[in-house]
Design a protein around this ligand. Structure first.
Ligand code: HEM
Length: 395
């Protein structure tokens, strides 16, 4: 079925609501849409059950070297940057299994004290700095960047450089040229870092991978560099966006924020509800490698597909009153982290980062408030990962 005015990604107009168009789309099986970047025709999958079918199908490929793979950026893929996120099994599984122990709930639990210390350090700086302050540059961007530094084993003296570079990549403040230059600088830095770790393996993610896999010839230098770059990119902008949006939403829902202050045990479910509510990655692409039936529609071998995680996460059949933020909701079935073989490997880390940083922020600043009218907050409507460009706050 053709629907020529349906262009993906669908614009989010109201900061706290998904595109209204999804309401109608969820009444229907997958529909053909046009990718805004390239004009390519893709199947847009909007209902929760249909999204699940796509994500769990063995016949849906993530291989971005396939010319049919839907490109969300108007530029050709940068080699290595997407690493195993954009590969199929068995190559994908081989690389993923090497790092999955690093993201186990136990390992992530062990990181809690270090994450708390990082967050408290940033809050100290924020508290002693000028007011009002921009929470995006003070917390949202540096927090996940510093956590990734610790995880990968970036030497302390390089933290400032690392943060500046990864900030430039994700913030788009300096325009596409600055972003591309920063990407190159980061690539060079990671290359050197990996070389150093291979020679002097330290007790951190890169050091362990170097010792166990590179030095035994099971992983090449370039593969480890690609993996490091994937982790740096995947875990930065996403957590930064989710953090900014969560602060905004909670300030707009003072009664729920008061409950969280009263009972910090509620943060865990609140974080999942906030992740569901905003779904910072609206969806992602696949290509059918066989004919697959989705919601009664036959998606033919070779067809491109976009799965609509944001739409699925607002499907009333699964999340009644989905447009309402409700920290008491059991939201864990959401697809903000995807599902299936490519489901986000960093999800436990992301949850812990958000839980620790949000609870610490609101505890440190009981009177935290927006320093501008909510309508003046600039949201990242134009970016692949949703978030805020700035969040001016006072306390
Ligand atoms: C709020 C934070 C985050 C969100 C919303 C998010 C979302 C996602 C989504 C939707 C996917 C699947 C994409 C697909 O289906 O094609 C994914 C994959 C991935 N994420 Fe995350 N992510 C977050 C944080 C992180 C963090 C903190 C890390 C690591 C430091 C990370 C590392 C990865 C990796 C390596 C993959 C690829 C997994 C695979 O292909 O097997 N993410 N993420």
């Amino acid at each position: 079925m053709l629907d020529d005015d349906l262009v993906y990604p669908l614009p989010r107009i109201a900061p706290m609501l998904p595109p209204a168009r999804y309401v109608g789309l969820r009444e229907e099986p997958p529909r053909l849409a046009t990718l805004g970047t390239s004009g390519q025709r893709v199947w847009l999958v909007s209902r929760y059950d249909d999204v699940r079918t796509v994500l769990m199908s063995r016949h849906m490929s993530s291989d971005h070297t396939n010319p049919a793979y839907p490109r969300l950026l108007p530029v050709p893929p940068i080699p290595g940057i997407m690493s195993f996120l954009r590969m199929d099994d068995p190559d994908h599984g081989k690389l993923r299994r090497m790092i999955s122990p690093e993201f186990s709930p136990r390992r992530i639990h062990e990181l809690r004290p270090a994450i708390s210390a990082t967050v408290e350090g940033l809050l100290d700086k924020l508290e002693s700095g000028p007011r009002p302050a921009d929470l995006v540059s003070a917390m949202s961007l540096p927090m996940p960047s510093l956590v990734i530094c610790q995880l990968l084993g970036v030497p302390f003296e390089d933290h400032d450089f690392f943060q500046r570079i990864s900030g430039d990549i994700v913030s788009a403040v300096g325009g596409p040229e600055r972003g591309a230059a920063a990407m190159e600088e980061l690539a060079e830095y990671v290359d050197k870092l990996v070389r150093h770790k291979v020679q002097n393996p330290t007790d951190d993610l890169l050091g362990r991978l170097a010792r166990e896999y590179v030095n035994s010839g099971r992983l090449s230098h370039d593969e480890l560099v690609s993996m490091a770059r994937l982790l740096i990119i995947a875990g930065h902008e996403t957590v930064a966006g989710a953090f900014s949006l969560s602060v905004f939403a909670l300030l707009e829902h003072p009664a729920q924020l008061a409950e969280l202050r009263e009972d910090p045990g509620l943060w865990r479910s609140a974080v999942d509800e906030l992740l569901r509510f905003f779904t910072v990655i609206q969806g992602d692409g696949r290509v059918a490698t066989e004919d697959v039936e989705v919601g009664g529609v036959r998606i033919a071998k070779g067809d491109a597909v976009m799965y609509g995680a944001l739409s699925a996460n607002h499907d009333e059949r699964v999340f009644p009153g989905a447009g309402r933020l409700d920290i008491h909701r059991d939201a864990r079935r959401h697809f903000a982290f995807g599902l299936g073989v490519h489901q986000c490997i960093g999800q436990a880390l992301a949850r812990v980062e958000l839980e620790i940083s949000l609870s610490a922020l609101f505890q440190r600043f009981p009177a935290l408030r927006l320093a501008v009218d909510p309508a003046e907050v600039p949201f990242r409507h134009d970016m692949l990962v949703y978030g805020a460009y700035r969040l001016p706050v006072d306390w």
